[in-house]
Write a protein that binds this ligand. Structure first.
Ligand SMILES: [Zn+2]
Length: 277
């Protein structure tokens, strides 16, 4: 994993720095910012320096919803994140609220904890801010996760792909939407079927149809699902969004179709008719 250094997020210089030797580190303390995930590290730093009059951003590291890791005070500088416990604790903040937590963020927090163990040369305790002070921080989801051993998805394993050139897996499923309709954004016109409104087409709902097509791509060897190459965050839920758009665009490019990000009849049929690529 890559840590974005202070220069990388435009950090202001700290007013003062107090070092803590690794021998005094005992824990990694997990926090959340409890604000919108769009908040930047620099905004948090400004708040801590200008409103709280601290010497720097209070945390040692920050992690955003995309799993990006930002160096704040770093490993061995005294933080300001839990009063009375900052010498022993390395503070990691997730930028967002309870409902914003992502697998990518958890994976990065877990990596930082493991990295702290490696650097300390021993196992550090993991806890949430609320274990040491009266606060809701780091939210119920992260707190529970910390105390169930911080599980993260298994690393992506390459699944054996069917060899290229083989015929598409059977049975073929006909395009289920009316002429001129396509699977696309919820914000689109009526013919843009998103899976967000529970519309039915024949025997299945819109979501089920999009899931059906997704399964065909999986049968063709595409790495799709939570923690995998495509639909990594939300999985194959049949609800059109950024992840489905990315998948459909990749499929269209693979099939040399116009790359629109909308799944129309041509993109649908290609999955059932064209040989495996
Ligand atoms: Zn906290």
């Amino acid at each position: 994993m890559n840590i974005i250094g202070r220069a990388g997020w435009g950090a202001r210089a700290p007013r003062s720095v107090t070092s803590v030797p690794w021998s005094k580190r005992e824990r990694v303390d997990v926090h959340y910012s409890a604000g919108p995930p769009t908040q930047t590290v620099r905004q948090i730093q400004n708040f801590h320096m200008d409103n709280r009059d601290w010497s720097d951003i209070g945390y040692n590291f920050a992690v955003d919803v995309g799993g990006r890791i930002y160096e704040c005070r770093g490993w061995t500088v005294l933080g300001a994140h839990i009063a009375g416990h900052n010498t022993g604790g390395i503070g990691i903040v997730f930028i967002g609220r309870d409902q914003d937590v992502t697998t990518a963020a958890m994976r990065s927090i877990r990596w930082l904890c493991d990295e702290a163990d490696r650097k300390a040369g021993r196992r550090l305790k993991r806890d949430g801010h609320r274990d040491l002070a009266a606060t809701a921080c780091p939210g119920d989801r992260l707190h529970r996760w910390v105390h169930t051993g911080m599980p993260v998805d298994e690393p992506v394993k390459p699944s054996p792909s069917p060899p290229a050139g083989r015929p598409a897996p059977k049975p073929a499923v006909a395009f289920p939407l009316p002429r001129d309709h396509y699977f696309g954004p919820a914000a689109g016109p009526d013919r843009s079927v998103s899976g967000h409104h529970g519309r039915r087409f024949g025997t299945k709902s819109d979501r089920e149809w999009l899931q059906e097509w997704t399964r065909q791509l999986q049968r063709r060897g595409w790495s799709i699902g939570k923690g995998k190459r495509w639909l990594r965050e939300h999985g194959a839920d049949g609800r059109y969004g950024d992840e489905y758009r990315a998948l459909i665009r990749a499929w269209q490019a693979d099939q040399k179709l116009p790359v629109t990000g909308r799944l129309d009849r041509a993109g649908w049929d290609a999955a059932y008719r064209n040989p495996i690529t």
